[in-house]
Design a protein around this ligand. Structure first.
Ligand code: SIN
Length: 278
C-alpha cells in the first residue's frame, strides 16, 4: 500500500485529494509527514477537514515543509505572527485576496513552494469556494507546436500590477514591490515534471516579444489554463485546511458571497528559484 498512516481520497484524476487520519494540531511523525508530502506531490492540493490549530501549531505544520515566507505586501497588524496572512472579506471589502487565477507571490525571486490556508468563518448562504488547476496538465495538453514556442521563454512577474494596481497599496517604505523574471514553463524541483508558470495576477509580459505578440500568447495560455478539465473546486467548512503546491497548481478564490464574511489564516512555505530544464 502506497499510504499506510493516512487515507487519500482523490477528488479528480488531475488534481486534489482529501486526506484522512491526520491531526494537524499535533507534530507529525516522520512517516506521516512523508506521506502527507507524497500526497501533496501526487495531487497538487490536499484538503483536511475538522482541524483545530492555534497559530503556533499552524506555523509548526508549515515549518515541517520549509522556512516560512512573509508576504511582501501584508498589512498584517498582528506583530506576534508576521508569518500568518489573514485572508478576510466582509461588507467593507473592495477586493479579496486571490480572486483571479494565480500562483502565490510569483513576483518574488523565490516564490513560495506552498500555501496552507486554515478556514475559520464562512458565509452563511454558501459560496467562497476555491478552485485549483493543474499546471502540469495545462502544459501536457498544449499542442506540440505551442509547446515548442513556449519552452525556453521567460516572463516578467510584477507585484505592482496586483498590490499597487488592484489593491491600491503602497510598497513598504524604502522598498518596491517584487518584480522578477521566471521561465514560462518551469520544471518541478521534486517531481521533475514541467508546468506552465504564467498567471493573470502577476505576469506582465513575455521577455523579448513585441507587446501584441506577448499579450496574445499570454491570453491564449491563460484561457488554456482555465479549462475545467484541469480543475477541482473545494467547498470549505469551518476548520477545513487546504495545502497547495504553488509550483504545479494555480488557484482562484471565488468572491460570490459579498457582503457576507469569510475569514481564514494562511501560512506560506518558502520556495526556490523557478528553473526550466529542457
Ligand atoms: C489565496 O491565498 O490566494 C486566497 C485563497 C482563498 O481565499 O481561497
Amino acid at each position: 500500500m502506497r499510504y499506510q498512516s493516512i487515507e487519500v481520497r482523490k477528488l479528480t484524476p488531475a488534481i486534489g485529494a482529501e486526506i484522512f487520519g491526520v491531526d494537524l494540531g499535533k507534530p507529525l511523525g516522520n512517516q506521516q509527514f512523508q506521506e502527507v508530502h507524497d500526497a501533496l506531490m501526487e495531487n497538487l492540493v490536499i484538503f483536511f477537514r475538522d482541524q483545530q490549530m492555534t497559530h503556533e501549531q499552524h506555523k509548526d505544520f508549515g515549518r515541517r515543509f520549509g522556512k516560512l515566507h512573509i508576504h511582501p505586501s501584508s498589512t498584517n497588524e498582528n506583530a506576534d505572527h508576521p508569518e500568518i496572512l489573514v485572508i478576510k472579506a466582509d461588507e467593507n471589502s473592495k477586493y479579496v485576496a486571490g480572486e483571479e487565477w494565480h500562483s502565490d507571490v510569483s513576483c518574488d525571486a523565490e516564490p513560495p513552494m506552498g500555501s496552507i490556508l486554515y478556514m475559520k468563518e464562512l458565509p452563511p448562504d454558501g459560496g467562497g469556494n476555491t478552485l485549483f488547476a493543474s499546471m502540469y496538465r495545462a502544459w501536457e495538453t498544449l499542442s506540440p507546436a505551442v509547446q515548442r514556442l513556449c519552452d525556453g521563454l521567460t516572463a516578467i512577474h510584477d507585484g505592482a500590477q496586483v498590490y499597487g494596481g488592484r489593491f491600491g497599496r503602497k510598497p513598504k517604505e524604502g522598498t518596491s514591490f517584487p518584480r522578477n523574471e521566471h521561465p514560462v514553463v518551469r520544471t518541478h524541483p521534486v517531481t521533475g515534471r514541467k508546468a506552465l508558470y504564467v498567471n493573470r495576477n502577476f505576469t506582465t509580459h513575455i521577455v523579448g516579444l513585441k507587446k501584441n505578440e506577448s499579450d496574445a500568447i499570454l491570453e491564449m495560455l491563460y484561457r488554456h489554463c482555465e479549462v475545467p478539465e484541469f480543475q477541482c473546486r473545494f467547498a470549505w467548512q469551518p476548520n477545513s485546511v487546504a495545502f497547495w503546491d504553488n509550483r504545479s497548481a494555480m488557484h482562484h478564490a471565488m468572491w460570490d458571497y459579498f457582503p457576507n464574511k469569510r475569514l481564514g489564516y494562511r501560512v506560506t512555505v518558502a520556495g526556490d528559484k523557478p528553473f526550466h530544464r529542457a
